[in-house]
Design a binder for this molecule. Structure first.
Ligand code: AMP
Ligand code: MG
Length: 419
């Protein structure tokens, strides 16, 4: 069956606005708000974004305690201790971690104490066991200690009332540890954005199927879904829409019924005859079609359909990932209320030449290595927008600015760290 696209009034290519990456990001980001707060069980909060400030309602540690195994003493008792004339203190008790002191340390006495045990009343220092000898119920101490020696004061780590974790923080293992120390079994986090993902193209088949002649597997839905997961969202795979108005429209409408916060399509936004996505998006919602001054990923559609923000990403497997990185990732982070969405960048020396380039900003797939005291960025192979293997080898994207028409090996470039 041959399909002829219906004739349509498509704006000629050159009239689509050409935006800088920043202009496009700004327009996209302005369409998103932080989503609602929900409680998560502590471990489920790993990798999510904290939705409220967390203040300490206790001191951590809750009581002054010993940082060594040794003897709790009055420092003054050790003031004149020496190898020849040690201080000899009467051992009046034993204090393991987790136990409450029952006795008071008075002048001339000591309590054997374990790491983490509360400092007993009267004591103001700990002498570590290695610096002592014991004999007939006495401990001999050979060097003077200062008050506070090996004592961890109450609240040394966190003072009661202090702001410990800020809203907008991405929760890592150390934040989980802090929440555990505060006894927070439930953590306020922002709801995960739900992201619909629709692949378009007559050439696509589901990945589990064998490949008939002329077909390729639907790669983009999976790379995009993995990006969604990595950045805290929940992907909803809508499968493949063939290049007909009716089927594409039906798939988009079905996807919109699934309560999504962002709708992603791939393919069909360039200028090919069968690129129906633009037409269907325009018919179903309010859409802008842009050329973004970047490579890969020049064509980009953005707008709303039935109130849901929708990003029409390009079809080539690298373009779709880089466009996701530049536009969908910031949107996901903003929806989660993340305090900042910029990737970390470093300056690096470009180790391979880029002989020619156009007036777009090029995001070049590189492997970033720390060598001889600086970062080196090596091209990972052919940079065609369909060459996924060079994305596989890459851990970073080198930014080659718009106004360079080539980049010599040895040039200093800014590099976006992906992993
Ligand atoms: P399009 O913009 O629809 O013309 O797609 C550009 C290129 O990307 C074409 O070579 C498509 O076959 C390819 N492509 C589009 N969608 C996908 C997909 N989901 N998985 C793999 N390749 C795709
Ligand atoms: Mg297509």
């Amino acid at each position: 069956m041959t399909k002829r696209p219906e004739p349509r009034d498509r704006a000629p290519r050159a009239t689509q606005p050409m935006l800088s990456v920043e202009e496009a990001q700004k327009k996209v980001l302005s369409a998103f708000q932080r989503l609602e707060t929900e409680p998560a069980a502590i471990l489920e909060a790993t990798g999510r974004v904290l939705a409220d400030d967390i203040r300490a309602d206790v001191d951590i540690p809750p009581h002054a305690n010993s940082s060594m195994d040794g003897y709790a003493v009055q420092a003054a008792d050790t003031a004149t201790a020496s190898q020849e004339s040690p201080a000899s203190l009467h051992i009046i008790g034993d204090l393991p971690a987790g136990h409450v002191p029952e006795q008071e340390v008075e002048a001339g006495t000591a309590i054997r104490i374990m790491t983490g045990a509360p400092i007993p009343p009267g004591a103001d220092a700990v002498v570590k066991v290695e610096d002592t000898e014991t004999e007939d119920g006495f401990v001999h101490i050979f060097t003077p200690v200062e008050p506070g020696n090996y004592v961890r004061p109450a609240g040394e780590d966190v003072r009661r009332g202090a702001l410990v974790l800020r809203r907008g923080t991405r929760i890592r293992a150390q934040e989980i540890g802090m929440l555990a120390a505060l006894g927070d079994t439930q953590v306020p986090v922002t709801r995960k954005p739900r992201v619909a993902i629709l692949a378009t193209g007559d050439e696509l088949v589901p990945i589990a199927e064998s490949l008939p002649p002329g077909k390729i597997r639907n790669t983009n839905s999976y790379s995009n879904a993995a990006q969604v997961i990595k950045h805290g969202g929940e992907p909803i795979l809508l499968g493949i829409a063939p290049d007909t108005v009716a089927e594409l429209t039906a798939k988009i409408r079905a996807g919109l019924k699934q309560d999504v916060d962002l709708f992603l399509t791939s393919g069909g936004v360039s200028v090919g005859d069968f690129d129906l996505v633009k037409d269907v998006l325009a018919a179903e919602g309010e859409m802008d079609f842009w050329r973004v001054r970047m490579k890969p990923g020049k064509p980009l559609a953005f707008g709303h359909i039935h109130g849901v923000p929708i990003l029409g990403l390009p079809g080539n497997p690298v373009s779709v990932m880089v466009s996701f990185e530049m536009f969908a990732r910031p949107a996901l982070l903003k929806m989660q209320g993340a305090a900042d969405w910029e990737r970390s960048t470093v300056d690096a020396t470009l180790m391979d030449e880029i002989p020619h380039k156009d007036e777009r900003r090029h995001f070049v797939r590189v492997r970033l290595e720390w060598e001889e005291g600086e970062y080196h960025a090596y091209l990972t192979g052919a940079q065609g927008s369909g060459i996924l293997s060079s994305m596989v080898k890459a851990n970073a994207l080198a930014i080659i600015p718009e106004d360079w028409n080539s980049a010599p090996s040895g040039a200093r470039v800014r590099v976006i760290i992906l992993d």
